[in-house]
Design a protein around this ligand. Structure first.
Ligand code: NAD
Ligand code: LMR
Length: 332
């Protein structure tokens, strides 16, 4: 009797019947996509994991499907399979697109990645308009406005359900600040606001937890290292790509927070680049509280010191241009 019941449970799981959320990764065969897919396959909140890419998802899917975790993995390859990959999804994670090479800015990726993000978001609007969408593809400062315009055009836009992933900036900030303070990075929390490129990445070192003070030299060193963490990796990889493993770790952490929010857990707060009224700009990264509806609350920036206020002005100037570029790409 007990054996029959166990068999039924496992058959139910094999059909995707385990409780949990349905998650799609678009760009799942890439440098970020593969380790992120593995981390999501390990997440007990995921019952179904759809892996979509224009290449190589059958192999990645076969490989991951042998892991003895409950998420059921299905692969989809090529644009003809995009709609099947997206139908019924609760969370869509998008790392599709080209990465930087040394000497490039994230904005240099716009011409290729803008079109990729548009096509994928048109699919989301058609097939899972209520899904939470988390965008990793660069330049995030422009791709999030692009996604918003695609959803507006389709009549499906819900600003609470579109989030740009800036978690890697927080992960880096926590690591570098912990090194300076001689602490375990897991015990450090640095809010990073603004956006995800160069001077738009604004760490608020005056608000570090646990409360800490830094010399002007430490502030200059930390701000520069956090703002240029991506470039540090791009240069070290010497033409073979940008951050993939730390990004997959950060994206999996952010996706887990989104899923816990959707489940109704209380007190889930993460930094993310979202539609915002925290500044005069239509999009801005700051701490947001996640819940059943996606972004439930956008936290104010809190008190900034003079160095941070001046950084904020520089960040806003560049962000305004990147947002305008993204919006114009769809409108014109
Ligand atoms: P990658 O080249 O290793 O992988 C990208 C994947 O996207 C490839 O498998 C490719 O086949 C796929 N792809 C291309 N066009 C597609 C389409 N139309 N539909 C679906 N999939 C498509 O690159 P990567 O290192 O994984 O980086 C991906 C993106 O993430 C880049 O734009 C990079 O700049 C960005 N990134 C963002 C952050 C962040 O903090 N937000 C961090 C690191 C990288
Ligand atoms: C990062 O911050 O690592 C990513 O945005 C990739 C890049 O191009 O730097």
């Amino acid at each position: 009797m007990e054996e029959t019941s166990l068999l039924r449970q496992s058959m139910c799981r094999a059909k995707g019947g385990a409780p949990g959320f349905k998650v799609a990764i678009l760009g799942a065969a890439g440098g970020i996509g593969q380790p992120l897919a593995m981390l999501m396959k390990m997440n007990p909140l995921v019952s179904v994991l759809h892996l979509y890419d224009v290449v190589n998802t059958p192999g990645v899917t076969a490989d991951l499907s042998h892991m003895n975790t409950s998420a059921v993995v299905k692969g989809f390859v090529g644009q003809a399979q995009l709609d099947n990959a997206l139908t019924g999804m609760d969370l869509v994670i998008i790392p599709a697109g080209v990465p930087r090479k040394p000497g490039m800015t994230r904005d240099d990726l716009f011409n290729i990645n803008a079109g990729i993000v548009r096509t994928l978001c048109e699919g989301v609007a058609r097939c899972c308009p209520n899904a939470l969408v988390t965008l990793i593809s660069n330049p995030v400062n422009s791709t999030v406005p692009i996604a918003a315009e695609v959803f507006k055009k389709a009549g499906t836009y819900n600003p609470r359900r579109l989030l740009g992933v800036t978690t890697l900036d927080v992960v880096r900030a926590n690591t570098f600040v912990a090194e300076v303070l001689g602490l375990d990075p897991r015990d450090v929390n640095v809010p990073v606001v603004g956006g995800h490129a160069g001077v738009t990445i604004l760490p608020l070192l005056s608000q570090v937890k646990p409360p800490s003070s830094f010399t002007p030299e430490e502030v200059a060193y930390l701000t520069d290292r956090i703002q240029n963490g991506g470039t540090e990796v791009v240069e070290a990889k010497a033409g073979t790509g940008s951050a993939t493993l730390s990004m997959a770790y950060a994206a999996a952490q952010f996706a887990d927070a989104c899923l816990r929010g959707l489940r109704g857990d209380a007190g889930i707060v993460e930094c993310s680049y979202v539609a915002s009224q925290v500044t005069e700009l239509p999009f801005f990264a700051s701490k947001v509280r996640l819940g059943r509806g996606g972004v439930e609350e956008i936290m104010p920036l809190g008190p900034l010191n003079e160095f941070e206020r001046s950084g904020l002005e520089k960040a806003k100037k560049e962000l305004a241009e990147s947002i305008h570029k993204g919006v114009s790409f769809i409108k014109s």
